[in-house]
Design a protein around this ligand. Structure first.
Ligand code: FES
Length: 138
C-alpha cells in the first residue's frame, strides 16, 4: 500500500472512537470521520444528511452515543458500520462513505481520486453556523 495514503496506525484509534482527517482532490479539501469498529474501520465525509453543510463533529471527531455516530447539531444518530441514520431528522438517509482499508496494522485511504492530506480538520471554516435561519434555537 502507498505510504502516502496511510492515515493512522489501527492501534491509535480505540474501538468505538473516531478520528477526524482531511483528504484532497486537487484544490478541493474534504474532512472525513474515521471510526473503529470491533472488526475493522469505516469512514464517512464529515457532513450530516439533514443539513449537508453542517459537519457531524465539533472539530475533533464525531461523538459516539450508544454505539452510533452523533451529529452535534440536532442529534441524528448513524450506525457506525453503515452510516445509516436510525434516529433524527434525516432518519433513513445514509452518510457519504469514504473508502478505507486496514493493512498490516494501519488504516489506508483507498478512495479513488483523493489523497490523504493530514490528520485533523481541513482548516476551512464551517459556514453552517452563519446565514441559516434556524428556529430550533440550536
Ligand atoms: S444537521 Fe445533523 S441532525 Fe440536523
Amino acid at each position: 500500500m502507498d505510504a502516502a495514503r496511510r492515515i493512522v496506525a489501527l492501534d491509535e484509534i480505540a474501538v468505538d472512537d473516531t478520528l477526524l482527517f482531511t483528504i484532497r482532490d486537487g484544490f478541493d479539501r474534504e474532512e472525513a470521520i474515521l471510526t473503529r469498529l470491533a472488526d475493522g474501520v469505516a469512514a464517512y465525509r464529515n457532513h450530516c444528511q439533514h443539513w449537508t453543510d453542517v459537519r457531524l463533529d465539533s472539530g475533533d471527531g464525531a461523538a459516539i452515543r450508544d454505539g452510533e455516530l452523533l451529529c452535534q447539531r440536532h442529534g441524528a444518530l448513524f450506525e457506525q458500520a453503515t452510516g445509516y441514520c436510525t434516529t433524527g431528522p434525516c432518519e433513513g438517509a445514509t452518510l457519504d462513505s469514504v473508502d478505507v482499508t486496514v493493512e498490516n496494522g494501519a488504516v489506508y485511504l483507498t478512495e479513488p481520486d483523493y489523497e490523504f492530506e493530514k490528520l485533523g480538520p481541513s482548516g476551512e471554516h464551517d459556514l453552517s453556523s452563519r446565514g441559516r435561519i434556524d428556529f430550533s434555537g440550536t
